[in-house]
Design a binder for this molecule. Sequence first.
Ligand SMILES: Nc1ncnc2c1ncn2[C@@H]1O[C@H](COP(=O)(O)OP(=O)(O)OP(=O)(O)O)[C@@H](O)[C@H]1O
Ligand SMILES: [Mg+2]
Length: 515
Amino acid sequence: MNQENKSIKKAEDGATFALQVAAVSKRFPGVIALDRVSLDLRQAEILSVIGENGAGKSTLMKILAGIQPPDDGRILIGGVERQVDSVQAAQHFGISLIHQELNLCENLSVGANIFLGREPMRFGFVDRAHIRTEAAKFLQQVGLDVSPDTLVGNLTIGQQQMVEIAKAVSTDAKIVIMDEPTSSLSQRETDNLFEIIRALNSRGVSIVYISHRLSEVQALSDRVVVLRDGRNAGELAKNEISHDAMVEKMVGRELTNYYARHSNPRDNHVLEVDQIETTAFPQRKISFHVKSGEIVGIAGLVGAGRTELLTTLFGITPALGGEIRIEGEATRIVDSQTAIQHGIGLVPEDRKLQGIVLEMSVRENTSLSTLRSLSKYGFINRVNEVNLADEMRQRLGTKTPHLEQPVKFLSGGNQQKVVISKWLALQPKLLLMDEPTRGVDVGAKQEIYQLMDDLAQTGVAILFVSSDMEEVLGMSDRIIVMHEGEIGGELNKNQFSEQAVMHLATGTKLEASGV
Ligand SMILES: Nc1ncnc2c1ncn2[C@@H]1O[C@H](COP(=O)(O)OP(=O)(O)OP(=O)(O)O)[C@@H](O)[C@H]1O
Ligand SMILES: [Mg+2]
């Protein structure tokens, strides 16, 4: 191993570096993901790396975690140049990565996932009792109240994220990299994560934090490094970190009129939900409606039944009772095919599960749900398909080298844009969106908001779930707040406030909460 480190820069204040990345490059066919990117991480520093979708953040982190090799450049850990050529090597050097796209085995238990690949042994057998007690400890540390024996597949995405974090904490890493850890966490879970980050940090652990939520970056970071199109685009010291400064460096322009809404709901109801019971909360009954041209936000804590409501309306878990009316007509939505036939689209929370086929190209994914209308005499009209995919790519500004690129090679935010394209192509009457801007950068968020507004103006009814308070308040005509499987209350525009949403979401009375 090369121990020579003559050219290593020392921090002016004599601080030691936990990690140094020097001129790292990475090319993929048709894409330069990283172009001589450099970055220093000091010991016990919380460094955020920000940048638009496709800027190269995850690629850099995968290189540091030994998942992908760099084409060029050097990596120094604790001042010594290292070859991080496998996940084991990264772990050996004390680097742990929490993936943007969850990386757990769904058919294994929580405990087995935490100790995967480094199972404690006893008399030649995996020591399950030890796994159970140790895992329970780490789960408690991250504040996740589930048994180590629970199958990961039965957890919500937010809970799975906490398992990933427990796993990272358990490896006793010196450098913990978190790639968008909060994108599916509730506010409470996020606060909890921040406490864990600060506790790790005070024990001398260095953190690399990646997020599109700039308020989090501001609250947490000692320093911010900005990437743009695979290159270094500047840095902000603690006292320079502000929302506008970050946006400016990331996007290269100012963003104004963020939540541009032209609210004009029509009188006719596209969706009426009458006393339905979902499988998640069979004893509760839910009733509400959404008008044509109306955008209704569903707020609530994680686990309040928001996602289940959408999957029920889309027929994935059909309603157990009650009635769903589409444009006034009672409709039995028994599966997603029926939902699509009735003009319902769903942009799901977990795009890997229900949103897109990762192996398929951007073109194929875009036309996935429209094949019927594009095909003539059973043949898909290729020209129409290409035109449609290209129109959607332009409309959403999806970053892909070409339409034939498999979706799995796109960055997280760009995958989300492909999911949305797919449903736009269907021209739905009712669009259900579950965390529509999850993992999407500030500029692209604004594009998605614009699109939601455009759709509403053409009469589409939109029902969206979001844990982003600003987004719910900024985009909705009306807010439905869910609490423990039922509707805790509804807010009209003149009643909108963060406090009002939180009160209904937690089920607390105004007097009791002390606000
Ligand atoms: N395995 C791959 N094959 C081809 N292209 C890839 C591959 N992995 C990443 N890319 C491309 O490299 C670029 C950087 O992607 P990366 O995932 O690092 O972006 P990111 O900054 O993490 O974005 P996001 O905020 O959306 O997660 C993108 O253009 C992406 O499409
Ligand atoms: Mg990424």
